[in-house]
Write a protein that binds this ligand. Structure first.
Ligand SMILES: Nc1ncnc2c1ncn2[C@@H]1O[C@H](COP(=O)(O)OP(=O)(O)OP(=O)(O)O)[C@@H](O)[C@H]1O
Ligand SMILES: [Mg+2]
Length: 345
């Protein structure tokens, strides 16, 4: 049974007082109400959550009942669905507009017992950040440093696949996440906690996930924690730079002009947030011929002038086909000097 316009308007204004518990904006303004009907004396409301399986559905249900109970609606039935990517994009645009400005400052987490927190970052995707994080961590561990990796890529976590693991984390009796321990490295990623398909964009959700993994993982004492960042200048990396007490940023680029230029933009962010950029690791910089052993450089451009070039790594086809379990000597030599530079400064 449909509801007349006046009653519908009244219902929407009552529901306008219910806020999404995480975003803090009315569920009406977020376009979460997809339909309202009546069946006999029961009010039926369809609500689209911003993410499937949102744990806050029960809070929304309680708040909706609360908002309507004094207005004569004693029987209310809620049906939860979730938004499509397109619907989410509309909501996101309404929330953040096209603004490229930094999101509001968020809480800075404790340094904990971690001596060096190193964020590995590039504004451009696919340049080899995650692979380099895995190799840096392997080398740091081999050199005797207590080492961890925190995969801060919430929508596209890849560290587990790169190291060839299918581990699922669990809560210890102190209510901490037990990280994967592999080759002496402690590793935590959202892929160890849940099916991440759902975790798409929401600023608060991304920062909550990062905070939980950073704060609630049983890391112990560490010399190095490497942060594997998602690419781009969106909420994900900014959340990390703003909330985790990063000591230094390592930039990854490939020799092509474009990725270097995009890398340059990163320094603007780092400057704004006052995090030192240690330098650049140029990945897929050259290739060694399988037959004659000749070194062939990739075409390059002098690129960023003011940031030191710390290492040049070769293109190795095994890196794109196999899980990374050890580091070839030529790459190890380059990365070891990067590590020593990081720990000294
Ligand atoms: N030096 C290398 N030689 C050959 N292949 C490489 C090298 N470095 C990375 N790759 C391959 O390039 C692809 C992208 O690497 P990776 O996932 O590490 O990049 P990323 O910057 O973390 O990507 P994203 O921005 O999507 O997080 C992967 O298939 C990886 O195996
Ligand atoms: Mg990556």
């Amino acid at each position: 049974m449909s509801i007349d316009k006046a009653e519908l308007t009244r219902l929407y204004s009552l529901l306008d007082t219910v806020k999404d518990p995480e975003i803090g904006i009315s569920i009406v303004k977020l376009n979460m109400i997809s339909n309202i009907e009546k069946k006999d004396d029961t009010l039926l409301i369809w609500i689209k959550l911003t993410v499937p399986g949102c744990p806050l559905a029960s809070t929304i249900e309680k708040d909706v009942n609360e908002a309507l109970k004094n207005s004569g609606y004693s029987k209310i039935e809620l049906t939860f669905g979730y938004m499509t990517r397109e619907e989410l994009a509309v909501v996101k645009k309404e929330l953040y507009g096209n603004s490229k400005s930094l999101p509001p400052p968020i809480e800075k987490y404790d340094k904990k017992n971690v001596k060096n927190i190193i964020a590995v970052y590039s504004a451009k995707g696919g340049v080899g950040k995650s692979s380099i994080v895995a190799m840096l961590a392997l080398e740091a561990s081999r050199l005797g440093y207590k080492t961890a990796i925190l995969d801060c890529d919430i929508s596209g976590p890849s560290i587990q696949a790169i190291v060839g693991s299918q581990y699922h984390s669990y809560l210890t009796k102190d209510k901490k996440f037990e990280p994967l321990s592999l080759f002496g490295i402690k590793i935590m990623s959202i892929s160890m906690l849940t099916d991440t398909e759902a975790l798409i964009w929401r600023g608060p959700l991304v920062s909550n996930a990062i905070k939980q993994m950073y704060s609630d993982t049983d890391w112990g004492e560490l010399d190095f924690m490497f942060l594997d960042l998602p690419p781009g200048t969106s909420d994900g990396p900014l959340t990390v730079f703003q909330s985790i007490p990063v000591d230094k940023i390592l930039l990854v680029t490939t020799p092509q002009n474009l990725s270097q230029l995009v890398g340059k933009k990163t320094t603007v962010i780092a400057d704004a947030l006052k995090i030192p950029v240690a330098g650049i690791i140029e990945n897929m910089s050259y290739i060694i011929c399988d037959h004659c052993g000749e070194k062939m450089d990739m075409p390059t451009d002098s690129g960023i002038k003011d940031i030191p070039l710390l290492a040049k790594l070769p293109f190795k086809k095994e890196l794109s086909t196999n899980a990374i379990k050890s580091v070839d000597t030529d790459i190890a030599k380059e990365l070891d000097s990067v590590l020593i530079g990081l720990i000294k400064n």
